[in-house]
Design a protein around this ligand. Structure first.
Ligand SMILES: [Zn+2]
Length: 64
């Protein structure tokens, strides 16, 4: 938990990539989540953009 607060509803605020651990998900509580800088996986973002264009509706990616 990046914000050091416990919550029953952790919000994904980013993906932390590491060569040794293979990446892990960063969480924050709902109150703090909007304040975290978005860490967008460029590959996932590109895939999301393609899906959005194909389906014609926006997909929540965290930065759009
Ligand atoms: Zn918090």
């Amino acid at each position: 938990m990046r914000c050091q607060q416990s919550t029953d509803e952790p919000i994904v605020v980013g993906m932390e990539h590491g060569a040794s651990v293979g990446g892990r998900t960063a969480y924050a509580c709902p109150d703090c989540a909007p304040s975290f800088p978005k860490q967008v996986d460029v590959c996932a973002a590109a895939a999301a953009m393609r899906r959005a264009l194909e389906t014609g509706r926006a997909i929540r990616t965290g930065w759009a």
